[in-house]
Design a protein around this ligand. Structure first.
Ligand code: ADP
Length: 851
């Protein structure tokens, strides 16, 4: 402070209203400016003004919430500090904002508010007489004893701090040189005091009062430091420095032990350093962190890099370098958990148990990474969760669908603005242990882009030989991932990059049969939905036939997700009914009035339960349990979405049903053919891939070469099928891309039907690749395809002979309901696809019936 110079502050001062901090004369404060009034003040007074006078402003503390002072000026504190604005730092991002560095000069009192907008200006009276400092020994004599006592404590306090810190040494010099009158203000702003205490000091206009109030604060600080020194000998240096540099910290009025705790809490950087030293991070990481914290200490807080470095260090401290949960692996218990959580999926559960058993015997994770591949909603994620449960580990799901930037996996380098760690490191931070179960969901949907290939980044994560030193770009030090149990899920292996697939053991999770779905619904989905909607089995009853109805008429999927949603919709509708009922029960009179004949119509065979479709008797409280029958289904879910359309569509020659495999499970697929006069052209429509187009050409070539044998003719009776004839083959659902060789047999059958004019049996579906010589080769996805045919109500399925082994995977009851034809060559396919076979003789029959 400019002691000795006779400073007279202007009699009119613009007022800066601060909310949190209190500026005392002789101290410097950095304050952030974001309220409209303060912004105006900075803009029109400080940024535009050129004279020294214009940099003097009045700082009024303790204003209530200055950010919301749009219209009315809040009540202002009567006394404030005239201050010199030393520095204005501004930024426009993310929103306009200034930081102001102000040095307190002297107290003033507001006499009269002259204007309120755009920023307040007041007529003020200076309270501290600055010119007295040079010659004013009068007050010192008067207050001799008080000021001596104060000075003694001040010296004691400063001596407890480390003189090697420049700020402390400067303070020591100031103590000797400054007039004593100035000391209470300066010391109060340096030691730890609350805003309230500072405000009291500011309000103490009389010097005597000020000395009296400051002494207890000094004593408290000295006691606190003494205790602290005992416990933190080694880190004294930093503490004192922070005490000296950051004067505005609050502490509570609690006991001295609390002070000590508070002290530790508030010295953020020191705390951070302590945390770093006590954390169990690797040696390499520790070295990097200590280097960073050293830089942090030297950095001004306003530097953008300060926040970056701090975030980085905080992440490093938070990471579970050495923290893990204890595995409690017990195979019998694991089996029970898996069985309880999931119905069916025996093959998957068996493989998972084997995997866990090996882990129990051999305490080592270097096994293959399991990858569950199957259609959506078949329980892949949920099995992953159960595995975590059986192991007693934390579970974390990382959705990889659509990830196209390798930084998503491996983090951004810290040089980028907004850089952050990758999903793996983030996941570890979230779970807080280093041995969670990570479920890498949808690995087949990773994409590539200019930002690199995330699949390649995953290679390092998943390779047990490499992942003990996985280096995230953001961390820039190695983190050991070898304790993490990775499980991947995908809908198809086709789009998983081969190198990634190579690291994983694929376990196929096929779709469910209708019977399995009914069981899953009744054992798992319905109880779960009831609980979610606050219903009990006494309130709603969903019979198995209804569930079957939902499965066949409202869903067509391999998994159970849509089924789950439909059940949710039913529960919601019932919840409304139940809630309404409760409401009406409270008014029984109305309920009786509504009882009329109408109600009888809706009573089901079981006299008690009531259908939700009853709309006529809304006035009645519903009788419990509410039975969900087909009427109710229609009311809630609308008309059925899928009908059995198969037989209708096979009412003309030239249509056959094939079986296709898609990432969403198996599907039945119609193939349609028509012929017309032309020049032997083949037209293919329906978004076909190259392989499928080739199959179509193969089929035509084979039929042409065998036309005589089967008595197939074109419209003009010629055995040259393409003579003056064009053929059009169409695969409906034209928006969906189709490819693969397995439609070969279906195309042959469809064309054979077209050229022979005979109908393909309406309950037959088929799949198989063909060769030019008429052999039928095996194809994949048999189980899914068979289930799709079963769902669609087909009875006979033609599959390649060499796929016979795949039938074993299919549940016995499904096999019983279907008849399988194992075909080795196309003759056998055609024989099975047409009623009465497709031998040479058939032509005569056909001719008889057709002509
Ligand atoms: P996915 O990951 O294969 O797409 P989810 O694991 O998310 O499917 O499963 C969807 C829902 O179906 C979950 O609520 C799950 O509990 C349930 N579910 C799927 N299969 C079964 C099963 N076999 N037994 C019990 N619930 C199942």
């Amino acid at each position: 402070m400019a002691a000795g110079s006779a400073i007279q502050i202007p009699s009119r001062l613009p007022l800066l209203l601060t909310h949190e901090s209190v500026l005392l004369p002789g101290s410097t404060m950095r304050t952030s400016v974001d309220s409209p009034r303060n912004m105006q003040l900075v803009r029109s007074r400080l940024l535009k003004g050129t004279s020294l006078r214009s940099t003097i402003i009045g700082v009024i503390p303790n204003t209530s919430d200055p950010t919301s002072d749009c219209d009315d000026l809040p009540n202002l504190h009567r006394i404030g500090t005239a201050a010199l604005a030393v520095q204005v730092v501004g930024s426009n991002w993310p929103k306009p904002h200034y930081t102001l560095l102000v040095t307190g000069l002297c107290r003033f009192q507001i006499l009269q508010l002259l204007k309120e907008k755009p920023y307040p200006v007041a007529e003020v009276q200076q309270l501290d007489r600055l010119e007295q400092f040079t010659n004013g020994h009068k007050s010192e004599e008067e207050l001799g004893e008080l000021s001596e006592q104060f000075y003694k404590y001040a010296v004691q306090l400063v001596e407890m701090l480390d003189m090697s810190v420049p700020a402390v040494a400067k303070l020591r010099r100031l103590l000797d040189n400054l007039p004593r009158e100035a000391l209470p203000d300066i010391l109060t702003s340096i030691i730890r005091t609350t805003n309230q205490e500072k405000l009291q000091i500011l309000d103490a206009v009389r010097l005597e009062e000020r000395f009296k109030m400051t002494i207890p604060l000094l004593v408290r600080q000295i006691e606190g430091l003494k205790l602290l020194q005992k416990t933190r000998k080694s880190k004294q240096d930093d503490d004192k420095r922070v005490v000296a540099i950051r004067p505005n910290r609050r502490i509570s009025h609690g006991s001295i032990t609390e002070d000590e705790e508070e002290e530790e809490d508030h010295d953020d950087v020191v705390m951070l350093e302590k945390k770093i030293r006590t954390s169990s991070m690797s040696e390499q990481a520790l070295k990097v962190c200590l280097k960073e914290i050293k830089r942090l200490k030297k950095m001004p807080q306003s530097m953008p890099e300060y926040a970056l470095t701090r975030n980085y260090l905080e992440l490093m401290v938070e990471l579970p370098w050495n923290k893990s949960t204890k595995d409690r692996l017990e195979i019998r218990a694991a089996r029970i958990v898996l069985d309880n959580d999931h119905y069916a999926m025996e093959k998957l559960k068996k493989r998972v148990l084997e995997y866990l058993a090996v882990r129990q015997l051999k305490n080592n994770l270097k096994g293959p990474i399991l990858c569950f591949v199957g259609p959506p909603g078949v329980g892949k994620t949920s099995v992953g969760r159960s595995i975590a449960k059986t192991l007693g580990r934390e579970f974390h799901r990382i959705a990889l669908g659509g990830v196209c930037d390798q930084s998503d996996i491996r983090g951004h380098r810290r040089t980028y603005v907004g850089s952050m760690p990758g999903r793996i490191i983030n996941g570890l931070k979230t779970v807080g242990v280093n041995n969670p179960v990570f479920l890498l969901d949808e690995v087949d949907k990773l994409a590539k882009s200019l930002q690199g290939d995330p699949a390649a980044a995953l290679l390092e994560v998943l390779d047990p030989e490499q992942n003990h030193s996985f280096t995230d770009h953001y961390l820039n030090v190695a983190f050991d991932l070898s304790q993490v149990l990775f499980i991947a899920t995908a809908n198809t292996t086709a789009t998983i990059p081969p190198a990634l697939l190579d690291r994983m053991e694929v376990i196929q999770v096929p779709g469910y049969t209708q019977e399995e779905k009914i069981e899953i619904a009744h054992r798992h989905l319905i109880p779960k939905q009831l609980e979610l909607h606050g219903l009990t089995p006494q309130q709603i009853q969903i019979p198995q036939v209804t569930t079957l109805g939902i499965i066949t008429r409202y869903t067509r999927e391999a998994g159970v997700r849509a089924l789950d949603r439909k059940l949710g919709a039913i529960c919601r509708a019932v919840a409304v009914k139940v809630a309404e009922g409760q409401h009406k029960e409270a008014k029984p009179d109305r309920a009786e009035v509504g009882e009329g004949e109408d109600c009888k119509e809706h009573v089901t065979e079981d006299a008690k339960p009531e259908s939700i479709s009853d709309t006529a008797d809304l006035a009645l409280p519903p009788e419990m349990p509410i039975l969900i029958d087909f009427h109710a289904l229609k009311d809630i879910l609308g008309p059925p979405m899928y009908d059995m359309e198969v037989s209708e569509r096979l009412s003309q020659p030239g249509v056959a049903i094939g079986l296709a495999w898609t990432p969403l499970g198996g599907e039945i697929m119609f193939v349609e053919a028509s012929r017309m006069d032309g020049e032997g052209q083949l037209t293919l429509t329906g978004q076909l891939g190259d392989v499928m187009k080739e199959s179509a050409h193969l089929a035509i070539s084979w039929l042409r070469s065998n036309a005589k044998r089967y008595q197939l003719t074109n419209a003009s009776g010629s055995f040259d099928l393409l003579d003056n004839t064009d053929i059009h083959l169409h695969f409906p659902a034209g928006a969906v891309t189709k490819d693969g060789p397995s439609a070969g047999v279906t195309i042959v059958t469809c064309l054979a039907s077209l050229f022979s004019g005979r109908l393909v049996c309406s309950d037959v579906a088929m799949t198989g690749e063909i060769t030019l010589r008429g052999l039928v080769l095996p194809v994949g996805g048999i189980k899914d395809k068979v289930l799709a045919a079963h769902r669609a109500g087909l009875k006979r399925i033609i599959i390649p002979q060499r796929n016979e082994k795949d039938l074993e995977e299919i549940a016995a009851h499904v096999r019983q309901e279907l008849s399988f034809v194992l075909a080795g060559c196309l003759d056998e396919v055609l024989n099975a696809a047409f009623d009465g076979g497709f031998a040479v003789k058939a032509r005569l029959e056909h001719l008889n019936s057709k002509l």
